[in-house]
Design a protein around this ligand. Structure first.
Ligand SMILES: *[C@@H]1O[C@H](CO)[C@@H](O)[C@H](O)[C@H]1NC(C)=O
Ligand SMILES: *[C@@H]1O[C@H](CO)[C@@H](O)[C@H](O)[C@H]1NC(C)=O
Ligand SMILES: *[C@@H]1O[C@H](CO)[C@@H](O)[C@H](O)[C@H]1NC(C)=O
Length: 676
């Protein structure tokens, strides 16, 4: 959860125009600007009055989502491309500007000063400047010396400060915390506890300094995770393994459009959201055409509250999308280990703080997953003298991006299945945000009966309790734009007429949500339900509603009190599912200005309008929640914790759409020899 990329300088950053922009598919770049468009936007803003300001910084530049109607018209035949516009959020000291640039007509449409609460996403550049400041700050240098540490081994990182009830908007500040590298690259395992440096980002200077507690820096031994530094004893080894595709993979990529098996969709990139999947259509072999499923989907916000209320830790309640950006935190994927052989890699392009395009290489990988699973099977032994066995292997397509938000690594997957399902999956790995302590054994803590707000994982090291709430924006357009939300409630019925030996059974009662209030869902084991997005204007042959349903994964509810400030900012996690009326500008569940937000522009506020959602263009919001009690195995590096959900076709196809899948046959498979 948190902060900027210390190794920023090691990433491949090219500030030149990008050649891949040359080949353009008509549907390309639905969610992203090209390098040349970013350059145009920058020039237009710098030419405007705002451009006269020396300290202008481009916090967020994105393609202004085109009107949906225009996209559909364009998709189904109209030759003209939707107009290309860019949203720009820029900062000059003391002011946030919201700017709309029309790229096509080459003009700044408007430039307004934002007067509401909250600040835009941090840029990498300002975070780097901020965390370098302590290195020259005499009180900090003194604190480091007092601890007997060497400044040469000190590195720092930036942490958002949150909001804790101040009525007025606070200054645009960020906290800087520091770590000790001597003897390890695992900086988060060696926190220099007790020192907080506050940096005013507008003035770019230190405006607050606290050095309160002195606890030892946990030792370096056993914290390094690099393969080259591991020492025996080692455990048993397994043989090398890989997937062979001698004829190449079966997907096609044109720019950002991907076609594979029965799927066609677009992969976009956003600085806050990271991957954006749009216009996902599935092929229906009976209707012999593609049918729309999902117009747009991405992670809208990621709330990570820590459960330590002490002076040095209470503010750690991060909103990774709005503050640090999953896209901004994306990293270059490592072939063979991040993604299998035959994966296709795609770069990401975004605007840096100076407005110029930054190209980050190999941010996405796309690959076919074959993990030895079964997509369907049956063995029939009920027929005399005949055994029928039919099995089909499961092969799916994965689009992957990894966001390394400071210490944590989020492995973000969108998986497309031949059975028509779309899976959103998140793998959590990386390093916990450890807290240093003087304790080295649980007995000492129990003797003092002290609350340490976490688990002792190693000597002098606490893994602090925390949560992850990932709120997914799922704009479903199930076989058309107008949809309804249906709760298929599973309810117990009691047998009272004495005609059955049974006393009870369950049945399904459907409720069509008329308004946004009807669609606010908090999960309750005693009130199970299937959650369907239906197209009320179309029916299957036997008269069923054509639908997709949300098969939820990990569900956890925030246990913070509703009036706790982080929770006020995160009210969008109060329900695990919401349905809102589609509004092009309502995309970020916590608001457009998440840093130090007051929670006054959230999904909870928008849905207060209680708009009609029956047979309308609607958006489904799902929050996947994970409570994380750290255990010793999470030290010094977390084994991946994987959680996901599925959107499954539900009376969408007339029958099992993968009945006619082919089985695998040894004669069609490559005969591989051991590599020499
Ligand atoms: C750095 O670590 C080495 C051992 O790895 C130790 O000998 C040395 O004293 C440490 N230096 C500081 C300044 O902590
Ligand atoms: C603003 O710009 C001036 C001149 O380029 C520079 O000296 C100063 O450091 C800048 N201030 C900030 C906060 O970046
Ligand atoms: C869309 O949402 C924005 C922000 O909530 C609001 O200002 C605007 O009025 C909405 N538009 C419509 C058509 O409801």
């Amino acid at each position: 959860m948190k902060s900027s990329i210390i190794l920023l300088s090691l990433l491949v950053l090219a500030f030149t125009s990008h050649s891949a922009a040359a080949k353009k598919h008509p549907l390309d770049s639905l969610d992203s600007l090209s390098a040349s468009e970013i350059n145009h936007v920058r020039k237009l803003v710098l030419k405007s009055k705002l451009g006269l300001h020396k300290n202008i910084s481009f916090q967020y530049v994105a393609l202004e989502a085109p009107e949906k109607e225009t996209v559909y018209e364009w998709k189904y035949g109209s030759s003209s491309l939707p107009p290309r516009k860019a949203t720009v959020i820029a900062r000059i000291p003391g002011e946030t500007h919201q700017i709309l640039v029309d790229i096509t007509s080459k003009e700044v449409v408007y430039d307004e000063v934002y007067h509401g609460f909250g600040y835009p996403i941090f840029t990498s550049e300002e975070q780097v400047k901020a965390y370098e400041l302590p290195m020259e700050y005499p009180p900090f240098i003194k604190s480091i010396r007092t601890r007997g540490l060497d400044m040469k081994s000190v590195v720092c990182n930036t942490f958002s400060v949150g909001w804790f009830g101040e009525k007025k908007q606070g200054k645009r500040v960020i906290n800087v915390l520091c770590f000790y590298t001597n003897g390890t690259v695992n900086i988060y395992a060696r926190p220099i506890e007790g020192i907080t440096v506050v940096v005013d980002l507008d003035q770019m200077k230190i405006t607050g300094y606290i050095d309160r507690t002195k606890v030892p820096v946990p030792k370096a031994q056993g914290t390094d995770y690099r393969e080259s530094t591991q020492k025996p004893p080692f455990g048993p080894k397994t043989n090398p393994i890989s997937i062979e595709q001698p004829e190449g993979p079966s997907f096609k990529v044109h720019g950002h459009m991907v076609e594979w098996a029965n799927w066609k969709f677009h992969v976009g990139f956003d600085l806050k959201a990271g991957p954006v999947i749009s216009t996902a259509d599935v092929y229906d072999p009976e209707k012999r055409r593609f049918r729309s499923v999902m117009y747009r989907a991405f992670i809208s916000e990621l709330f990570v509250p820590y459960m330590d209320p002490s002076e040095e830790w209470y503010y750690k309640t991060y909103f990774d999308n709005g503050e640090f950006g999953l896209g901004l935190s994306s990293v270059s994927l490592q072939p063979l280990n991040d993604c299998p052989r035959h994966a296709h890699y795609m770069d990401a392009i975004y605007a840096g703080a100076n407005g110029k395009p930054v190209v980050k290489e190999n941010v996405f990988c796309i690959f076919e997953r074959y993990a030895g699973d079964v997509s369907w099977r049956h063995t029939e032994t009920g027929i005399p003298d005949l055994v029928v066995t039919e099995v089909r292997p499961e092969v799916s397509l994965v689009v992957r991006m990894v966001a390394t938000v400071g210490n944590y690594d989020y492995i973000l997957d969108w998986e497309f299945k031949k059975n028509g399902a779309i899976r959103g999956n998140v793998g959590l790995s990386g390093i916990l945000e450890y807290k240093a302590t003087s304790y080295t054994h649980l007995d000492q803590i129990q003797k003092k009966n002290e609350d340490i707000y976490g688990n002792l994982l190693a000597e002098n090291t606490i893994g602090t309790f925390h949560d992850h709430f990932l709120t997914f924006y799922l704009d479903m357009d199930v076989d058309g734009i107008e949809n309804s939300f249906v709760k298929a409630m599973i309810k117990r019925k009691d047998v009272t007429n004495g005609k059955s030996p049974r006393k009870s059974y369950w049945t399904v009662e459907k409720m069509v949500a008329k308004t946004e209030d009807d669609a606010k869902i908090q999960f309750d084991l005693k009130k199970p339900a299937d959650l369907l997005v239906i197209n009320p204007n179309k029916k299957s042959k036997v008269g069923q509603d054509i639908a997709y349903r949300l098969a939820t994964g990990s569900i956890a509810k925030s246990l913070l009190s509703l009036d706790d400030y982080p929770q006020i900012r995160a009210t969008f996690t109060n329900n695990q599912v919401w349905v809102s009326r589609y509004n092009r500008t309502e995309q970020w569940a916590g608001g457009d200005y998440m840093d130090q937000s007051h929670g006054d522009d959230t999904l909870a506020v928008w849905t207060n309008k209680n708009r009609d959602i029956e047979n309308k263009d609607i958006v489904l919001w799902y929050t996947m929640g994970i409570h994380h009690i750290p255990y010793q195995e999470d030290f010094p590096m977390m084994p991946t914790l994987s959680e996901g959900f599925e959107l499954k076709p539900t009376n969408f196809f007339e029958r099992n759409p993968i009945l006619k899948l082919e089985s695998m046959n040894a004669s069609s498979l490559p005969k591989c020899k051991k590599a020499s």
